[in-house]
Design a protein around this ligand. Structure first.
Ligand code: ATP
Ligand code: MG
Length: 371
């Protein structure tokens, strides 16, 4: 019933393309430099948990927003837990369609991008019941008002296909807290939309520790790690998202990529510049080329100069297709061995379950529910 009360207000007032407040973003960016230094010195002190909903093909927003960072962190020696949150597919739709196809696609993208599956724990949310049991105590630690204020949830409600907001949509940031805390991850490489959720996870960890484990805190307060592209825009100028029909998939072929970029929104000014605040669409395209070529976006823009949108799009298409060619080739190779993909997931589910069982035992002990 409370969900019905939430829906109309949130839908009547659709938030802007980037609903995340500037303050937390700036703070996360500042902290990012310190974190990088700490990681470089002692990678073994960090454990990463992050993941992607199996709602479609991963896109460039994922790659430059978080996937590239995951691979980099793993190579530095940081432990990596990758969750495929299948229950979360049901936050904004009634049925999780083509689930096994999407899960397989995610795995292929991870492996093709360079994640080492022998080191990483790659697992399905639904396969770890002990993780999900954390949801009950965690829900008791947050208020309905706190959940209702979450700007990312408001944005997702505005883009949802459902007419009413489900309890799952409303509470999914608490699920995410369980996803992160079950393995005591302390580092979460994410895009900007996730910052409010990480903040809530920190609040839940703090409140749990205060209430049940004041002498020996059970949970860390995890920190977000933003990349150089914390909010890549899609071809329509909104956040690039699997579910919004505005994304360039990692698995797309070169022609599909060219066609999508040709259709991307730009503006009327022929002179290309990099100015994300004043020219978000053009700047996002410039940034994309710069990321693919590992160059400074201002330099990329200056080189295109008065070439206009057509020259910009040609540059971006070449840069993206050139950059993704090896990843796409690896992906095609790996897709031949579905048995291996299943083996990786089964092993990941088992390892995640063992970790979740141990955490739940400690939660039970802290809460006095060992019978
Ligand atoms: P959906 O539309 O189904 O919600 P999505 O494209 O938003 O899909 P998620 O699975 O919700 O993808 O997000 C997975 C991770 O990728 C999160 O850490 C999120 O911050 C990051 N991410 C998603 N889109 C972008 C983007 N456009 N720019 C930067 N990071 C992104
Ligand atoms: Mg999303």
């Amino acid at each position: 019933m409370s969900t019905a009360l939430v829906a109309p207000a949130a839908v009547a007032d659709p938030p802007p393309a980037d609903p995340t407040p500037a303050g937390p973003t700036a703070a996360a960016e500042r902290r990012g430099a310190e974190l990088e230094e700490l990681i470089r010195r002692e990678p073994g002190r960090f454990r990463v948990l992050t993941g992607d909903r199996p709602t479609g093909r991963l896109h460039l927003g994922h790659y430059f927003g978080t996937l590239q960072n995951r691979v980099r962190l793993q190579r530095l020696g940081v432990e990596l837990f990758l969750i495929i949150p299948d229950y979360q597919v049901l936050t904004d739709r009634d049925v999780a369609e083509r689930l096994s196809e999407h899960v397989e696609g995610l795995l292929l993208d991870y492996l093709a991008a360079g994640v080492d599956p022998e080191q990483a724990v790659i697992f399905n949310h639904s396969a770890v019941p002990e993780l999900n049991q954390l949801l009950l105590p965690f829900l008791s630690l947050v208020s309905v008002a706190e959940l209702g204020r979450n700007p990312t949830v408001k944005d997702e409600i505005a883009h949802s296909r459902q007419s009413a907001v489900s309890g799952l949509m409303f509470t999914y940031p608490v699920h995410q807290a369980a996803d992160i805390l079950f393995c005591r991850a302390n580092l979460v490489p994410v895009g900007r939309d996730q910052l409010p959720h990480i903040e809530l996870t920190r609040t839940i960890a703090r409140r749990f520790n205060d209430r049940y484990a004041a002498d020996r805190p059970l949970f860390p307060e995890p920190e977000a790690l933003l990349s150089a592209a914390p909010l890549l825009l899609g071809t329509d100028g909104g956040k690039m998202s699997k579910s919004r029909g505005n994304a360039i998939a990692l698995a797309a072929d070169a022609d599909e990529t060219a066609q999508l970029i040709r259709g991307a929104k730009t503006d009327a000014d022929r002179r290309i510049s990099y100015d994300p605040a004043a020219r978000p669409e053009v700047s996002s395209l410039v940034l994309l080329a710069a990321l693919c070529q590992d160059r400074d976006p201002h330099q990329v823009a200056a080189e295109i100069g008065d070439g206009g949108a057509a020259a910009l799009k040609r540059t971006v298409t070449e840069a993206v297709n050139g950059y993704l060619a090896p990843l796409r080739a690896r992906r095609a190779e790996l897709s031949g061995d579905r048995g291996e993909l299943r083996r990786i997931l089964r092993a990941g589910n088992e390892r995640a379950r063992a970790v979740a069982e141990s955490t739940l035992d400690q939660v039970r002990a802290a809460m006095g529910t060992v019978f």
